[in-house]
Design a protein around this ligand. Sequence first.
Ligand code: TRP
Length: 454
Amino acid sequence: MEDFKIVNEDNQRDQFKSRLGFVLATAGSAIGLGNIWRFPYIVGENGGGAFLFVYMGILLLMGVSLLLVEFVIGRNGGTNAIDSYAKISKNAKWVGWLGFVSAFIFLSYYSVVGGWTLYFTLSSFTGSIMKVAPADMGGFFGGFISSPIAPLVFHFVFMILAVGIILGGVSGGIEKYSKILMPGLFVMMILLVIRAVTLDGAWEGIKWYLTPDFSKITTKTIASAMGQVFFTLSVGMSGMVTYSSYLSKKENLPAIATQVAIADTLIAVVAGFMIFPVLFASGVEPGQGVGLVFITLPIVFSQMPFGGLFSFLFFALLVVAALTSAISILEMPVTYLIEKKNMKRKQATFFVGGISYVLGVAVSLGFGVWSSFKVFGLDIFGMFDYFGSNISLPLGALGAAVTIGWMWNKKDALNELTNNGEHSAGLANIWFNIVKYLIPIAIIIVFLLNIGIL
Ligand code: TRP
């Protein structure tokens, strides 16, 4: 794992030395704010069980296959994402470019929310969060994110941490520790679930989360579920194309994709059990939006022994999870700039981090002084997230699937998937048909439904 420094200072390409290094980096990319912050509030806004049902369906039918699509394109390419697409077909290059542009957008607001988690870590450490009465948590959170300066400082610190990791090489630090820290996060979550489900009234929340009310499934539910699946698995932006371009030819791609998808789903589903019982026990509305986790969890902490300590540990681990995702967004454009624009790793990283920081400033101010600036009823965060998750990721995923299904020849694709027939050969045909037909058709239908044409 020493050398997940990827392209080093002399612009030479490295490979992941160990399989575990890649699995951790990929799982680290997938598991992040998308599971613990975004998933619950999207479930909350889309009516609970009905959403969960659609989400699971899309995840199983499309999610795992799409992870494999990106792995196959990346490992076959062995270079930055744009050239990896070009290697298959000149006409596929745009998919890489779309990911390149979108990376700035994703990183900008990801870092803003990462900054919020840093702030909550710090407030837990100083104890100030434990002094807030449960009923005032919404105000505490809203007051923080809408203030003009403080969130920008934490956004800055988060971005610097991400930049620092990408510069310093993931190896010595975060990759090594994530072996301990990610299971740690999971254990913390289980403790929180135990506390949450034993609150008075918790059962209503569990029922709401697990009982699908099919009458609540609308085109918006389906589009949001699809966006969330792509977001949480980090597919559609060529981030996984970039990571897998550093992967050796020996690794078993289907096994890795399955493991990553299972771990990612487990964390998201458990996050739901940690949050929804609390809503119903404390009368907080599920459709809270971006503040959901930040408002409900401190309520749980306030009713636990050593709540302040738990709060600190939880948010600190969430920061780590967010960082391992943020670096995967950052690495995508950075690899391209190093390989094609002859930039040094340092220059490229500061360039991408800097632009994303400035974009993030707009996102952050959009929660406060610029909150009246709206387009189609969306604030700046809403616009970025909508463009990213509901337009760019589906389009990128469509492009990636079409690249494999229609622009490449099947034999090469299957050889890359199965390491020339060594692994999973029996499933390869099913995968190919899903990629060639099901995924493109499903994405196009959801897209047309979503813009109201179907
Ligand atoms: N999957 C990450 C999360 O759930 C976020 C993420 C990493 C991402 N890379 C991405 C989202 C690429 C979209 C595209 O927190």
